[in-house]
Design a protein around this ligand. Structure first.
Ligand code: C2E
Ligand code: MG
Ligand code: MG
Length: 700
């Protein structure tokens, strides 16, 4: 029923038939739905059949009087909050008081004008309606607060009196009695109390809003709850004083899940041990601590020798189980050795573990520990139905002799470990002082380069090649990039020479070849007008017996036609062993791929050989392109290469064009294709496709 609802129902109870009739018809005129009863007993009967919105009740009735009827009505279902208006005799303050005691809502003294009754009934219904709405919204608010675990309170500063919602009291463990702000904090943990109260005092002093976070001890619970309290000072004009209005919010779940997330960020999921991030941080702390106390410690880098093969052949589930068992064994050794308090085992990734051996600073101690770790891993592992044999290589570095920061220590332990690996694994070694400095850097680079392929750290960038006559992008050159997790993007000029020296260029080059072919295929599938992709070959690759087979395989894997691939070999590479280079290039040409001579003009190829080379393209070295507009010699060489190309029926590509006058000069001279920062630096594949789409949009 709404207060303005004219069809509200009223039950009229009076033993005087004339008065009853008058009242009923006055109310009916106001469109109320009216029922009436001559006495208490029949009224209760009517009430039970249907609960009215309001009762008008005479106090003086024979038999069951109005007070008793009022009490009886209140006890019936639906009667507790029902508005009951009693009619009392004039000048009878006693009856009025008794009526209120019996549960009446309002009274009207007889005799009264029917008009007055109409107004009073309407007013009472409206007031009760508003009250009911308020109560409902309070109830809803209380439920909402309970769901949100959010309570609120108001502190009257002058009186020091605190009123709080049910949820606030529940959260803070308070009873219903009047409270003070100090009561609110009664169950705050002792450890948090001083901090929070002094923060509160500061806020109070400055009349500034504040936020507190503390723990509450909860009865019967082992762990405390976390509460966030927020307060704001509000000037209450009605009360003419400042109020502090606040909320308390149970944030236990939030805090716990934040902790969990943090833990996970520092934990290796497979073994539950510390991960690299956590280990590096702990190493940093150990360095700081040892620095202050003149202490020493060692770092042991452990790599399982045959793990990769097991993982590849038996799958990750077996591999993960093996890693867990290995971690358990390493832990057992560490706790058996009674290292310092901060000793830690971590899994750095893949099959690599590391130990921070606090308190072990000398070679003997650290080597002994390393040997124990190796022998613990030598015993075969049983995982499900398999008996697995792995061994380990361990490298050791020591603070402060081998390094004074976390990164160096870890890197040098890693380098020492690689020495062990290189001489067959299953052994231990302390970082060798003489390898430090230059060699150290190289070792580190080599060690990380070995892992880079497995860790997916290589990326291919593509540089557009532009047709100098039409100004359109026609093809690309794939250029490798190494995204090192600590050092960022490393350019090939830096790591390719080392990759060549160590032979790593072979697997890396194979990856480049496959990746570039796949990319070119994808672009062709997308309908992008790119004729071909160029891939640089290294001298090591050129001397591979099965190079043609590898190239064919890459083409087949990608489903790429051979003429969409061009291979770039440098002039100096070819000149090392002309006969065999010519033979290799001829085989490659036979399967249909294009051949370009890179950095042409610097490698002293004589015209005689050039005629024999089965090539399609000459790439004019950047040094000459750079000089075409300022150095007559350079310009002459560039022009000569272009003419030579025309003479031999070869395409010419100018690399490293950075300026418009260089492009114009070369285009005028008849050079076919240009490549350089003027058009674009090498970019990731997606960026290149976007550039090309833009170019097509402009053209259409
Ligand atoms: P490159 O094959 O002669 O490649 C051209 C180099 O010149 C690229 O350097 C390119 O970024 C750079 N360049 C392009 N336009 C300009 C320009 O306008 N101005 C200047 N100053 N430089 C420009 P990047 O990518 O550092 O590659 C260097 C070399 O590393 C390459 O020379 C190539 O010999 C080798 N390389 C790159 N990727 C691979 C690869 O996947 N395999 C092998 N074996 N070698 C690669
Ligand atoms: Mg090249
Ligand atoms: Mg080049």
């Amino acid at each position: 029923m709404s207060p303005s609802d004219p069809s509200a129902s009223v039950l009229v109870i009076d033993d005087d038939p004339a008065l009853r009739r008058t009242i009923c018809s006055a109310l009916r005129r106001e469109s109320f739905e009216v029922r009436d009863a001559p006495d208490g007993i029949s009224a209760l009967e009517l009430f039970r059949n249907s609960v009215p919105d309001l009762v008008v009740l005479d106090v003086q009735m024979p038999g069951m009087d109005g007070f008793t009827t009022c009490r009886a009505l209140r006890s019936l279902p639906g009667g507790r909050t029902l508005p009951i208006m009693v009619m009392t005799g004039n000048d009878d303050p006693d009856s009025v008081a008794r009526a209120y005691e019996a549960g009446a809502t309002d009274f009207i003294s007889k005799p009264f004008h029917p008009r007055l009754l109409q107004d009073r009934v309407r007013f009472l219904l409206r007031a009760v309606g508003a009250f009911e709405r308020l109560r409902r919204s309070e109830r809803h608010l209380a439920i909402a607060q309970r769901i949100a675990r959010l309570g609120n309170w108001v502190l009257e500063l002058s009186a020091g009196r605190l009123e709080s919602s049910g949820e606030a009291r529940r959260l803070m463990g308070l009873s219903e009695e009047p409270h003070t702000y100090a009561d609110l904090h009664r169950h705050v943990l002792v450890e948090d109390r001083e901090r929070t109260l002094s923060a509160f005092a500061r806020a109070l002093d400055r009349r500034e809003g504040y936020d507190l976070r503390y723990r509450i001890a909860e009865e019967g619970q082992d762990s405390p709850r976390w509460v966030q309290e927020h307060g704001e000072f509000v000037q209450d004009d009605d009360a003419g004083e400042t109020l502090l209005i606040g909320t308390v919010h149970d944030i236990t779940e939030q805090v716990l899940s934040q902790r969990r997330i943090q833990e996970l960020a520092f934990q290796d999921v497979v073994t539950g041990r510390a991960n690299r991030t956590r280990f590096t941080a702990a190493l940093g702390d150990a360095v700081a601590h040892a620095g202050e106390t003149n202490g020493a410690f060692s770092v042991l880098f452990i790599d399982l020798d045959r793990f990769k093969r097991i993982n590849d052949t038996l799958g990750h589930t077996v591999g993960d189980q093996l890693l867990r068992s290995a971690a358990d064994r390493l832990d057992a050794v560490i706790s058996g050795c009674q290292l310092g308090q901060d000793a830690m085992l971590a899994r750095l990734g893949g099959d690599e573990f590391a130990v921070l051996a606090s308190g072990v600073g000398d070679d003997e101690g650290s080597l002994e520990l390393a040997r124990k770790l190796v022998s613990a891993l030598e015993v075969p592992f049983v995982v499900g139905e398999y008996e697995l044999v792995v061994s380990a290589s361990v490298g050791v570095s020591r603070y402060p002799t081998d390094g004074q920061d976390a990164e160096t220590l870890l890197r040098r332990a890693d380098a020492a470990m690689y020495e062990v690996k290189d001489s067959g694994g299953n052994n231990v070694r302390v970082f060798n002082r003489s390898q430090r400095d230059g060699a150290d850097e190289r070792l580190w680079l080599e060690a990380s380069l070995r892992k880079a392929l497995d860790r997916n750290e290589f990326e291919l960038y593509y540089q557009p090649k532009i047709d100098l006559q039409t100004n359109r992008m026609v093809s690309t050159e794939a250029l490798i990039r190494w995204r090192h997790p600590d050092r960022g993007l490393i350019s090939p000029g830096w790591f390719i020479p080392l990759a060549e020296e160590t032979g790593l260029i072979v697997p890396i080059g194979e990856w480049v070849l496959k990746q570039a072919c796949k990319q070119q295929r994808q672009w062709m599938n997308m309908g992008l007008p790119l004729e071909s992709v160029a891939v640089n070959l290294s001298v090591k690759q050129l001397s591979l017996r099965n190079l043609t087979g590898l190239v064919q395989q890459a083409l087949d894997d990608a489903g790429l036609p051979a003429d969409a691939l061009e291979l770039e070999v440098t002039e100096s590479m070819v000149m090392r062993d002309v006969t065999s280079a010519v033979a290799t290039l001829a085989r490659l040409k036979q399967i249909g791929v294009g051949i370009a001579i890179d950095d042409f003009g610097t490698g002293h190829a004589s015209l005689r050989y050039l005629r024999e080379f089965p090539v399609d393209t000459l790439k004019i070295d950047r040094a000459f392109v750079d000089g075409v507009c300022k150095d007559t010699d350079a310009a002459a060489i560039a022009s000569m290469i272009i003419s030579l190309g025309q003479l031999l029926g070869l395409k010419t590509v100018a690399e490293g064009i950075e300026q418009e006058d260089q492009r114009d000069y070369l285009a005028r001279g008849g050079c076919n294709v240009g490549q350089g920062y003027l058009f674009s630096p090498p970019v990731p594949a997606a960026r290149l496709a976007a550039m090309l789409l833009d170019q097509l949009k402009v053209a259409s």
